[in-house]
Design a protein around this ligand. Structure first.
Ligand SMILES: [Zn+2]
Length: 91
C-alpha cells in the first residue's frame, strides 16, 4: 500500500506512481519539451524511464514516447531527442 502521506505523481511513460523526488518534471513551451519552470501544465518522467531513454529504447517504446510527447506538446517537434538532451544533464 502506498504511504498516503507521500505525494505521488504518475510517470508519463510507464504510468507508475513515484514520489516527486524520484521524478523529473517537464513542461511544454512553444511545443517543445523543457524542464519545468513554474509555468504551464507539467508532466513527470521517472528516473528508471529517464535511464531507459538515455540508454536504449526499442522501436515500439520510441514510438510510444514520441506519441505521448506529441500529445503533451501538441506539436510535431522531435521531442524525444529534446527530452534525451535535457535528461543528459539533469539525471
Ligand atoms: Zn516511468
Amino acid at each position: 500500500m502506498p504511504n498516503l502521506k507521500n505525494i505521488t505523481r504518475t510517470c508519463i511513460f510507464c504510468r507508475k506512481k513515484f514520489e516527486q523526488k524520484e521524478l523529473n518534471r517537464f513542461v511544454c513551451k512553444d511545443k517543445t519539451v523543457t524542464l519545468f519552470n513554474y509555468h504551464g501544465r507539467s508532466f513527470y518522467f521517472c528516473k528508471p524511464c529517464s535511464l531507459k531513454v538515455l540508454g536504449e529504447l526499442t522501436n515500439k517504446e520510441y514510438k510510444r514516447l514520441d506519441h505521448i510527447l506529441k500529445k503533451e506538446c501538441k506539436g510535431n517537434n522531435d521531442n524525444v531527442a529534446k527530452l534525451k538532451e535535457i535528461l543528459t544533464y539533469v539525471r
